[in-house]
Design a protein around this ligand. Structure first.
Ligand code: SOE
Length: 371
C-alpha cells in the first residue's frame, strides 16, 4: 500500500507470473524493485508452483494459468515455453490484464499479428522484454546516432553468441519445435539482436539473406530440426549493410551480444557483457566511454541508478524495463518501451531468416512496426 503526495492511497500494482523458471525469477525480482507486488504464480503443476513461490518469495499460488488470469492481478507476466505465449497473452488481454510476454511473442507471424492487433485496440499495456534496450550505454549509442554524431550509417557488425547448447547432450524445451517453434537460436536470441539494431539506429531492416545450421541433428535420442547457428546479411532502410552471427554453440561465449555501428564520422561498439562501456571509434582518437550519469545523454542518465564506477548489469536493465512497463500501466509516458508491435516485428524478421535459409534468396522485409 502506498500513499502518494496528495494523500490519496494508491494500491501497489500486483504482478502474476505464468511459469516458474529462470525468467520468472528475473521478472519477479524486477517487479519487487519497481515497488510493485509479486502476488501470484502458476507454474506447470501445483508442486512446481509451490516450489517456485517459495524460491521467489511470491505470496500465493494459483491453481492454474486460467485462475491466475482471472485473479485480481494487474499485470500478467508470461514466462512459459514459446508455444503457449499466444494463448496465455491472448487470454490475459481478453480478461483486461496488462501483459508482459517473453520473446518470441509467438511462434508464428499469424499469431503475433493477432496479439499485436488485440493489444493495439485494447488500451492495455502489452510489452515484450527486449531488455537490452535498457542498458544506459545502449541509450547513449542511440542518442549519439539520433544526433548525427556518427554521420551516415555505413556498416554494422553484430553478433550474439552463447555456448549452453554446445554439446549434443545439452537439451532444452526450445530445441523441440512443438514447444519452441520452428526457429530456436534466432527466435531466442537473434530476436534481441534485430530489435536492438532497429532501436539503436532508428532504421528498419528492409531485406536480408540468411543461412542456418543445425550442428547436432540429434539430442538425447531425438531428431533436431531447429537451428544452432544463423548467419545473416542485411540492409537497413538508409542503405547501411550489416552482418548478424547468432550461435548457441560458441565455446566460451556465455551471453555475448555485440553491436557495432560504423558511420561516415564515428563508430560505436556495445558489448553486453561489459555494459558500462561504449567504444567510440574515430579515425584519430578512439576511446572507451564509461557510464557516467553526470555527462551522459538524458535517457542514459535516467537509467543510471548509481554513479560512475558502480557497475550496472543485466538485472538492473531488466528492473528498468519493468519499472517503465509498470509506469506505463499507471498512465505515465515512457520512452522506448518494447511493445507487442516490436514483438511482432521480431517474429516477422525471424520468419524472414527461415525463409531465406530455405530458399537461399534475399527476402524483402517490408512491414515496419508502428513506432
Ligand atoms: C537463453 O538463450 C536466454 O535466457 C534467452 O532466452 C534470453 O532472452 C537472453 O536474454 C539470455 O539467454
Amino acid at each position: 500500500m502506498t500513499t502518494n503526495v496528495t494523500g490519496t492511497v494508491a494500491r501497489a500494482l500486483r504482478g502474476g507470473f505464468l511459469g516458474g523458471g529462470f525468467m520468472a525469477a528475473v521478472h519477479s525480482r524486477a517487479v519487487r524493485a519497481a515497488r510493485a507486488t509479486p502476488a501470484l504464480i502458476a507454474a506447470s503443476n501445483p508442486g512446481s508452483s509451490a516450489m517456485a513461490a517459495e524460491d521467489l518469495g511470491i505470496a500465493a499460488v494459483a491453481s492454474d494459468p486460467a485462475a491466475l488470469i482471472a485473479s485480481d492481478v494487474d499485470v500478467v507476466h508470461v514466462c512459459t515455453p514459446n508455444s503457449t505465449h499466444a494463448a496465455f497473452a491472448g487470454s490475459a488481454l481478453a480478461a483486461g490484464k496488462h501483459v508482459i510476454c517473453e520473446k518470441p511473442l509467438a511462434i508464428s507471424v499469424g499469431d503475433a499479428e493477432v496479439l499485436a492487433a488485440t493489444a493495439r485496440t485494447s488500451g492495455l499495456i502489452a510489452a515484450v522484454p527486449f531488455v537490452y534496450r535498457y542498458h544506459p550505454m545502449v541509450r547513449e549509442a542511440r542518442a549519439r546516432i539520433a544526433k548525427g554524431e556518427l554521420g551516415a550509417l555505413l556498416t554494422l557488425d553484430c553478433s550474439y553468441l552463447q555456448d549452453w547448447l554446445l554439446d549434443s547432450g545439452d537439451v532444452d524445451w526450445r530445441v523441440n519445435p512443438a514447444l519452441g517453434g520452428s526457429s530456436r537460436a534466432f527466435a531466442d536470441i537473434g530476436s534481441h539482436l534485430c530489435d536492438l539494431i532497429e532501436f539503436v539506429t532508428g532504421e528498419r531492416i528492409v531485406r536480408l539473406g540468411a543461412r542456418t545450421r543445425t550442428v547436432h541433428t540429434e539430442r538425447a535420442g531425438s531428431a533436431v530440426t531447429t537451428e544452432d547457428i544463423a548467419a545473416v546479411l542485411f540492409e537497413l532502410s538508409g542503405g547501411a549493410l550489416g552482418t548478424m552471427l547468432v550461435s548457441q554453440t560458441a565455446p566460451g561465449r556465455k551471453n555475448a551480444l555485440v553491436l557495432e555501428v560504423h558511420g561516415t564520422a564515428e563508430s560505436v561498439r556495445f558489448v553486453q557483457e561489459r555494459p558500462d562501456e561504449l567504444w567510440v571509434g574515430r579515425r584519430t582518437g578512439s576511446y572507451v566511454l564509461l557510464r557516467d550519469p553526470e555527462t551522459a545523454s538524458p535517457d542514459a542518465a535516467r537509467l543510471s541508478l548509481v554513479p560512475a564506477g558502480h557497475p550496472m548489469g543485466y538485472q538492473d536493465a531488466f528492473n528498468a524495463f519493468i519499472a517503465d512497463a509498470y509506469a506505463a500501466v499507471r498512465g505515465e509516458q515512457v520512452d522506448g518501451l518494447p511493445t507487442f508491435e516490436d514483438g511482432l516485428r521480431a517474429v516477422r524478421l525471424t520468419q524472414a531468416v527461415l525463409d531465406s535459409a530455405a530458399t537461399k534468396q534475399w527476402i524483402e522485409v517490408t512491414e515496419a512496426a508502428p513506432r
